[in-house]
Design a protein around this ligand. Structure first.
Ligand code: FES
Length: 603
């Protein structure tokens, strides 16, 4: 009944006839409806695929951007879901056109899917621009697919609705639940410490990922799909339905039905997204103790929409938003439990006093209306503010002479005694150096040391991979150490945990202060005071900077070269500089700016 009531919430509102677009006002009319030779070609080629005019004439063409791939296990149900979306589109009188796009499979794509997030964003925008799409369904969920698809759709600014892949089922190991990523790191350390056997490790391998769907901890995938719901860009109540649940298939059909209505309503991202809706997304991330990656992706999304979301805004909101979701890695449960406990609507209901409730959504209602009657069914999974896991600081933004433009830490995922810590740096020049030396018996390191990794940022790695949960040396694991202060310009998987300071900006590779840290330097981390400093004098810092030699670019051709020329730093969302929308005073201006010059000539 829980899911049933959620699905009923999102039944499509009736269209007001006065606001309805006319068929000749549809974008696709220029391809199909006009009387010229080119439209003859479009119609005859559509007939070639077995369609008759009655299938599409006068109907909105709905692009289904599908990131299915044989090598993306998180989206392995998307072929079937695309059919269910099409069913909804046909039911509502639209013409569905499925368009495959780059999949960005988190476990397989190297060096990191982040290197390609902006490429998928560009592909999405250009698919929508160059084909006769009146509106689109964006099928994503595995980490970077969500921000990428939305960035492209926001820039194109035609009606768009997101279809979240949904989390996979809980993992199983001898009757205990396993969480994606989080339990990999945990048991890997136990294996290295000699506490479990290779055979145990093999059993975990077989049981940790046992259905379609994205990671079911509060990793980047669950964080970002939840923020999509908070932004109002997917049907309400749907972001957390487990992927194999029959209600997920029902959701796909309802999503297909709703996008047809949105095409007639011309309900675009610019009609939905505001500074307030981005604040709602940030607060949702904080209450979930969501992935630190949200601090990169939400800034990129906001900038595409023309809003100046900053790291400082994350920190400002973090000081007042309690952590309410008891989900790994910061808590105990998994996304399946979260859905049964009421899902995101129930969590948002707990945040009612903080949220901007008047924000619009793809449902055609305000977020306040959609959560008005939401209920929590398990108050250990979704806590009330007075029983919060942590009263505030789901994320914290640090600054200091080591990170003048900011760095990110997730305090609830760290051992509390490390949140105010000064220790000697043990520095690794790059990831290869780290891999080669971290387990050396003669490495001079103890539990109070601070592990520093340089050159793992947007340009340095390149692609800013999720290397930030730096490994604890084997000899310290054997002594029982499970957390240490670790600092890098990399990102960290949302499923990871520990006292890991991430996204240090500017990055080492472009001459940020992280490049100048040396073994033995004292590093001061003070999360309550939001400080991150290397305790050397300004004169010493200047001396090291003067001696620093800029490294050669990592790519000399292809997409990598474009990437290196245009990628921005983490505090700016790592978008390409030529893809951002300038921040304007109003939504109307933003909308104009995004749409300008976006229509192709049809010859
Ligand atoms: Fe796809 Fe984690 S691997 S979401």
């Amino acid at each position: 009944m829980i899911g049933g009531s959620l699905l009923l919430k999102s039944q499509v509102p009736k269209l007001s006839k006065a606001n309805r677009k006319k068929p000749e006002e549809l974008r696709s009319h220029r391809w199909y409806g006009v009387k010229d030779m080119r439209s003859f070609a479009h119609r005859s080629r559509t007939a070639q695929m077995g369609y008759t005019r009655s299938d599409y004439a006068g109907k909105p063409v709905i692009a289904i951007i599908n990131t299915w791939s044989d090598i993306n296990p998180c989206h392995s149900h998307f072929r079937q879901r695309a059919e269910e979306v099409k069913r909804g589109i046909w039911q509502a009188g639209g013409f569905p056109v499925e368009m495959p796009a780059m999949s960005l499979s988190e476990p397989f794509q190297k060096p990191t899917t982040m290197l390609y997030r902006n490429l998928l964003a560009m592909e999405t925008e250009e698919l929508l621009r160059s084909y006769p799409a009146d509106a689109c369904v964006l099928m994503g969920g595995c980490d970077k697919t969500t921000p990428a698809l939305l960035m492209g759709a926001i820039s194109m600014n035609i009606p768009a609705i997101f279809l979240p892949a949904g989390p996979m089922l809980r993992g199983d190991y001898r009757g205990q639940f396993l969480g994606s990523g989080s339990d990999v790191w945990k048991y890997w350390d136990e294996l290295r410490a000699g506490n479990i056997t290779e055979a145990d490790w093999g059993e975990i391998e077989d049981g940790i990922a046992r259905s379609a769907g994205h990671c079911m901890t509060m990793g980047t995938a669950s964080t970002m799909t939840s923020t999509v719901e908070a932004l109002g860009l997917c049907l309400s109540g749907y972001a957390s339905i487990p992927a194999p649940d029959s209600r997920h298939a029902q959701m796909a059909t309802l999503t297909g039905r709703r996008i047809v209505e949105m095409a007639w309503e011309d309900l675009k991202p610019s009609d939905i997204l505001t500074a307030g809706s981005f604040d709602n997304a940030v607060m949702t991330t904080l209450a979930l103790s969501g992935s630190t990656n949200a601090a990169v992706h939400l800034i990129a999304l906001a900038k595409r929409a023309g809003f100046g979301l900053t790291l400082e805004r994350f920190d400002e909101l973090a000081r007042k938003i309690p952590v309410l979701a008891n989900i790994r890695p910061s808590g105990k449960y998994l996304m399946e439990d979260f859905f049964y406990a009421g899902g995101l609507r129930a969590l948002l209901k707990q945040l009612t006093g903080f949220l901007s409730l008047a924000e619009q959504t793809v449902d055609g209602k305000t977020i306040g209306e959609l959560i008005a009657d939401a209920k929590v069914f398990n108050d250990d999974v979704i806590r009330s503010a007075d029983k919060a896991l942590v009263k505030s600081d789901g994320l914290a933004i640090l600054k200091g002479n080591l990170a003048p433009d900011g760095a990110v830490i997730k305090p609830p995922a760290a051992e509390a005694h490390l949140l105010k810590h000064t220790g000697k740096a043990v520095v690794f020049k790059n990831y290869d150096d780290l891999s080669a030396r971290i387990d050396s018996a003669d490495l001079e390191i103890d539990a109070n040391s601070v592990i520093v990794l340089q050159n793992a940022g947007p340009q340095g790695a390149p692609g800013m991979p999720e290397w930030g949960q730096l490994p604890i040396p084997k000899k310290l694991l054997e002594q029982g150490v499970r957390d240490m202060v670790r600092i890098s310009d990399a990102r960290m998987s949302g499923t990871s945990y520990g006292a890991c300071v991430l996204h240090v900006t500017p990055e080492a590779y472009i001459g940020g202060p992280l490049a100048f840290v040396q073994d033995g330097d004292l590093i001061e981390l003070d999360v309550p005071a939001r400080k991150l400093n290397v305790l050397i004098s300004d004169a010493e810092m200047a001396k090291r900077k003067a001696a620093w030699v800029a490294p050669a670019p990592k790519f000399e051709r292809g997409f990598g070269k474009i990437y290196l020329q245009h990628i921005q730093q983490a505090n700016n969302g790592c978008d390409f500089d030529f893809l951002e929308t300038q921040v304007h005073a109003s939504n109307a201006e933003n909308s104009q700016k995004r749409s300008k010059g976006s229509e192709p000539e049809i010859h």
